[in-house]
Write a protein that binds this ligand. Structure first.
Ligand code: CAA
Ligand code: FAD
Length: 386
């Protein structure tokens, strides 16, 4: 076992840290306040290989490994969580699935545009009546005699939906078959029959635009099918295994930013004639914050390592990814909560970023599978029961 990082991994971490601290963190408060989509910063991330970290160079990416992805995501999330949400959807939910299941033409067309940061991608699984229970989807794709599909239905909560050029969509092609009747499609939002709803006002990650999308007799050609017909649910679940490593990394970035701000504050702020960090009650909180942060990081690196192994040797990393996401998201929420408390009134003020970290941390317990769903995945894997 080796706890060191390679030169390449340290290099991408350094690039991400520099962009996060010089470009992203200084405008994080503005983006949170206005909800403005950070298009210029996203282009910068793309130009530096951060929109397709694991994408091979032949498709416009940085050609790096899953550990590099974790290290870079942590840095961007520590700068601003909303940026890292957009980054994670492009990297893991969009590019990853097409690389694994797409045709050569799909890889050249869709992956290249997103990995280079020229366009934004999205992933559409959730519907108004089906989030955790993803197979209860109603969006339908009906096959025509010429092999094309006519798609009708709604998808909700689509990250980057308001700006996406391309979307990986999951729709029912054979409702009688349940999970085995779902097919994945590549959607071009410029084509007729695609509509976007209003951008959702949100508690946190406010600059990551989210909306409902609707399909009204949208025609997808046979070439727009991603993977095999009826294999869409397994594609979605496999992609989400990778996505959950990204969200775990995002949670660690938010938690680290809250922790580092707290370390500075407890040394400077005085009460009863001493720094508040000298009180045993504060010290216990600092120790617990650090333990949770390190545990989350190590479990996330383990999941990323396991992902790398399955790419070489086959198998799954669903359990490791769920353990990482559950641990990191709950650690982030707890750490951000303690950070606000330790900052007292200033923790509650918009003059400091603590309240933003607190609001941003919450989403990591909800999207890409709630904490309850991660527990369900882990317990099913551990017990073999359901
Ligand atoms: N990889 C490959 N195949 C998988 C899989 C995985 N990780 N998980 C399940 N499958 C397969 C099963 O083996 C099964 O295959 P067979 O038909 O051959 O038996 C099939 O998929 C159905 O599996 P289940 O019976 O386990 O399905 P289920 O209905 O019980 O659901 C679930 C399981 C874990 C609850 C799943 O529905 C789930 O993960 N729900 C949460 C949805 C979610 O995470 N949504 C995120 C949306 S994207 C997002 O949120 C993005 C963002 O915020 C930025
Ligand atoms: P529900 O499934 O209705 O769950 C409600 C509550 O019931 C939760 O606490 C849940 O944990 C609990 N629950 C449900 N089932 C069980 C069970 N079996 N056991 C125990 N408890 C259970 N989706 C996309 O497809 N693409 C995106 O890009 C995307 N981006 C998002 C961005 C944001 C900001 C948000 C808020 C959501 C996004 N989502 C996206 C949707 C997200 O994945 C879902 O919100 C999430 O999976 C939960 O689904 P739900 O909201 O329908 O809650």
């Amino acid at each position: 076992m080796d706890f060191g990082f390679t030169e390449e991994q340290l290099m991408i971490q350094d690039v991400a840290r520099r962009i996060a601290q010089e470009k992203i963190a200084p405008s994080a408060e503005h983006h949170d306040h206005t909800g403005e989509f950070p298009l210029e910063n996203i282009r910068t991330l793309g130009e530096n290989g951060l929109m397709g970290i694991e994408v091979p160079a032949e498709y416009g990416g940085a050609g790096m490994d899953p550990i590099s992805y974790v290290l870079a995501m942590v840095e961007i999330a520590a700068g601003d969580a909303a940026h890292s949400t957009i980054m994670s959807v492009n990297n893991s939910l969009f590019c990853n699935g097409i690389l694994k299941f797409g045709t050569e033409a799909q890889k050249q067309l869709y992956v290249r545009a997103i990995a280079e940061g020229r366009e934004i991608g999205a992933f559409a699984l959730t519907e108004p009546q089906s989030g955790s229970d993803a197979t209860a989807m109603r969006c339908k794709a009906v096959k025509q005699a010429d092999g094309s599909f006519v798609i009708n239905g709604k998808k909700s909560w689509i990250t980057s939906g308001p700006v996406a050029k391309y979307i990986v969509l999951f729709a029912m092609t054979d409702p009688d078959k349940g999970a085995r009747g779902i097919t994945a499609f590549m959607i071009d939002t410029a084509k007729p029959g695609f509509h976007r709803g209003k951008t959702e006002p949100k508690l946190g990650i406010r600059a990551s635009a989210t909306c409902e999308i609707e399909f009204e007799d949208y025609v997808a050609s046979a070439d727009d099918v991603l993977g095999e017909e009826g294999h869409g649910f397994k594609i979605a679940m496999g992609v989400l295994d990778a996505g959950r490593i990204g969200i775990a990394s995002q949670a660690i970035g938010i938690a680290r930013a809250a922790y580092e701000a707290t370390l500075t504050y407890v040394r400077e702020r005085k009460a009863f004639g001493q720094p508040i960090g000298a009180f045993q009650m504060t010290q216990a909180k600092i120790a617990d914050m650090k333990c949770k942060l390190d545990a989350a990081l190590l479990l996330t690196l383990r999941a990323a390592w396991q992902k790398g192994q399955t790419e070489k040797h086959g198998g799954r990393f669903s359990n490791e990814a769920a353990i990482a996401k559950l641990t990191a998201s709950e650690a982030a929420m707890w750490i951000a909560h303690q950070a606000v408390q330790i900052h007292g009134g200033m923790g509650y003020s918009k003059e400091m970023p603590l309240e933003r970290y607190f609001r941003d941390a919450k989403i990591t317990e909800i999207y890409e599978g709630t904490s309850e769903i991660q527990r369900l995945v882990i317990a099913r894997n551990e017990t073999g029961l359901r």
